[in-house]
Design a binder for this molecule. Structure first.
Ligand code: CAA
Length: 261
């Protein structure tokens, strides 16, 4: 059971083929300390390997998805310690999960919280959500991918503005600049995010994983290489039972019964 564990900073459940991870450090607005990082990455890795899980949903609380990396934990550290621990490297394991990840963001998604949300494949947000990279106001810069993922996702103009001023942006601006997938009423956020996760989880898992793989590759590869990669992955799906089933079901005007192989 991938969800089993004695977690102290998160809550985990599995239902409808969706593994849900809820950040749960309410007194610190879900600030991401080392323990949270270890717990989120460990459980997400286990969920990723579970054939019965087709999507991973990451949520926080109404007030905060996550207000950043834990400032109090980091404040007294020095260069040698940060460097030798390669602080935040472990989050790269989260970004490299192969199962689709949906983030449901309500309230603050700041610093590492914004960066974690940007690691998700689909980002659903409540209309009251606030995104920002306020590290400049702490005398540092983003360290969990903000300068790279934010810039690739919204372009230089908005990334420089957010990272150099540290200002928070609301959900409407976040949607306008392409940072988030959908904005819904705050009271509908949890239901909508869970519904989208269940919808994705119900699909053919190989197809969903390969779809994620090829979209993610668009950020890493030149266009011609990415196009060839996409075609080869597309071709490889013709070796799956789900391709035969999906295309037969269309012709027979019925719903597909995925075997997920
Ligand atoms: N780290 C540690 N503790 C945090 C925290 C953080 N990132 N964010 C909030 N908290 C704590 C507060 O210290 C406070 O604890 P105490 O009650 O013990 O004082 C508690 O959570 C509640 O926070 P506030 O009283 O500040 O709540 P508020 O509603 O007045 O303000 C807020 C909310 C605007 C989000 C404010 O808490 C804030 O600005 N937080 C810090 C945001 C930030 O700078 N994030 C970037 C962190 S660095 C980083 O993430 C590096 C990276 O690239 C990965």
């Amino acid at each position: 059971d991938a969800a089993a564990g004695d977690w102290s900073t998160i809550e985990v459940s599995v239902a409808d083929r969706v593994g849900t991870i809820r950040l749960n450090r309410p007194k610190a607005l879900n600030a991401l300390n080392e323990e949270t990082m270890d717990e989120v990455v460990a459980v997400a890795t286990a969920l990723d390997a579970d054939d019965e899980v087709g999507a991973i949903l990451l949520v926080g609380s109404a007030k905060a998805f996550a207000a950043g990396a834990d400032i109090k934990e980091m404040s007294s550290k020095g260069l040698a310690e940060m460097y030798s621990a390669d602080w935040f490297r472990r989050w790269e394991d989260f970004a490299r999960l192969r199962t689709p990840v949906i983030a449901g963001v309500s309230g603050y998604a700041l610093g590492g919280g914004c960066e974690l949300a940007m690691m998700a494949d689909v980002l659903i947000t409540g209309e009251g959500a606030k995104f920002g990279q306020p590290e400049i106001n702490l005398g540092v810069i983003p360290g969990m991918g903000g300068s790279q993922r934010l810039t690739r996702s919204v372009g230089k103009a908005k990334a420089m503005d957010m990272i150099l001023t540290g200002r928070h942006i609301g959900a409407a601006e976040a949607e306008r600049i392409g940072l988030v997938s959908r904005v819904v009423a705050d009271e509908e956020l949890e239901d909508t995010a869970a519904t989208v996760a269940a919808e994705i989880a119900a699909k053919s898992k190989p197809a969903a994983q390969m779809a994620k793989e090829v979209v993610a590759a668009a950020f890493e590869t030149p266009l011609q290489h990415g196009l060839v990669h996409e075609r080869r992955v597309f071709h490889s799906l013709f070796a799956t039972a789900d391709q035969k089933e999906g295309m037969s079901a269309f012709s027979e005007k019925r719903s597909p019964q995925w075997q997920r192989r």
